[in-house]
Structure formats: C-alpha cells, structure tokens
Design a protein around this ligand. Structure first.
Ligand SMILES: [Zn+2]
Length: 262
C-alpha cells in the first residue's frame, strides 16, 4: 500500500478477534503474532517486514516456518546494546475469568493455563523459560487450534479463508481431525507462542515472569499497552552493561537484525 509502514507497537493494535492486527493510516495488517513471536524468540529486534497482502501468511499455524526462514536469511549482530524491559513490580490485568500478570524475575518466563469445555483440553498448564533454544524446540512448532463449529463462523467473517488441517489443529466434538499432535500439550504451548508474539508490541524484550490464564489476543494486547503505561513497574536496562542473567538469547546482549533478502 504505497509503502506505508506500520510500527509493531501496542498503540497500533486494531483488529482483534482470532488474531492480532495493526493499523497505520490507511494500511492494516492482520495475524502478526506468530511472526512477531518468531522474531522475539530469535532475539531479532531490528527488522522490516514487507507484505503484499493484508495478512501475514498463516503457514502451518505455528512459528516454525518463520524461524526456518529467518535462519535461512541469517541474523546480523548490531553494534548497539540491546535494551530490555525489566519488570520490578507486578503488573496485572483481569477481565472476567481471564487474567494476565507479569512479575519480577531474572529471566523471561511464561506460565500459561487454559481450560475449555472439551475433552482434549479441559485444563492444560505449562511454565516455559524462554531462551532462543527453548523457543525453537518447545514453542515455535506448536500450532494454532480451532473448533470445527467455529470454522464456519470464521468463514462468514471473512477470516480463516484458507483454513484447513494444514494450518491449524481442528477439534471436533471428541477428538482432533488432524493426524496427531506435535506435543501432548501443544494447545497451551501455542498460547505461550501467542503471548510472546503479542507482548512483542511493548517494543523491548521483557525480563519478567508472565502468568496468564485463559487469555486471548485482546487481553494480551491490552496488557502490552498497560505495561507501557505503568512505567513505575519496570525500567529499561542494557545488557551487558547492567548484567542480568536473562534475555531471550542465551549469549547475546546486542541488537540483532535479519539480513535483507538478496
Ligand atoms: Zn496463535
């Protein structure tokens, strides 16, 4: 759209239903969360994404393809220290039975729990410390999921038009329609992927323990905005000038950019 740039920032969040969208002037882009999660997970903080459509491709419903493509392109270490948002006081948000909070921690960690009225995912909970390695192995391959009865509603809204068993786990009444799961708790792992991607919108890698229960994109995105507004609850620290044993990358405290496509 005539080269309009849409900042990946909490203040730009627009559409929120089954995915997270961003808007700048006349341009909108949907389903940014899995791509943003891959970039955060790989420690990339400088990147420009070019799109020729209004939605980031869903790929297989996970972030694995984006991880692969970033690795293929290569990552360049920059000459500047990375600035982390280090949580020093708890911040929390709840809406009905949905809750999300972030607590001080020496690492970036996410605890997520979900419960649905479905035999396969009545309750799942997982705590994941996020390093580059654990993101790639444990979180990036986890696919999004949807309920068969919702697919028709999504189509009516013009969403998930390409939706199929190739890009989501589809849950029928009693089981899944796909050929198996990638992890026993793939559903809650995907929720961790989503919250990592949505909290990318704070604009800095987070040092803190995120705890979420039954959240979704709307809650995650509001929380990203709330974190930014509650500036007493965090400070920006540079690594390694102010050493913290943390950060997404196991070893790197400097900024990283994806190399341009040749
Ligand atoms: Zn997702």
């Amino acid at each position: 759209m005539d080269g309009i740039e849409v900042p990946a920032a909490a203040a730009r969040v627009s559409r929120l239903s089954y995915a997270t969208g961003l808007t700048q002037d006349a341009a909108s882009v949907g389903t940014v969360e899995h791509l943003l999660a891959a970039l955060v997970g790989l420690g990339v903080d400088n990147v420009s994404v070019e799109l020729d459509q209004a939605e980031v491709p869903i790929m297989d419903g996970s972030a694995a393809s984006f991880v692969y493509l970033v690795h293929e392109a290569g990552i360049k270490q920059l000459n500047k220290p990375r600035r982390f948002l280090k949580v020093v006081r708890p911040i929390s948000l709840s809406r009905g039975d949905k809750r999300i909070a972030v607590y001080p921690s020496d690492h970036f960690k996410v605890t997520y729990s979900i419960s649905f009225d479905h035999p396969l995912l009545r309750h799942q909970s997982r705590t994941q410390r996020l390093t580059e390695g654990s993101f790639i192995e444990e979180i990036a391959p986890a696919r999004t999921f949807c309920f068969l009865k919702e697919v028709e509603q999504l189509r009516q809204k013009g969403l998930a038009l390409g939706g199929s068993l190739d890009n989501a786990i589809v849950l029928g009444e009693t089981g899944i329609l796909n050929n198996g799961l990638r992890f026993d708790d793939e559903f809650v792992r995907h929720k961790i992927l989503d919250v990592v991607g949505d909290l990318a919108l704070v604009g800095h890698p987070i040092i803190g323990h995120v705890v979420a229960h039954r959240g979704g994109h709307a809650l995650h995105a509001s929380f990203a905005q709330q974190i930014l507004e509650d500036s007493e609850a965090w400070r920006l620290v540079e690594y390694p000038a102010e050493p913290v044993e943390a950060g997404l990358s196991d070893s790197v405290g400097v900024g990283r950019a994806v190399l341009p496509v040749q």
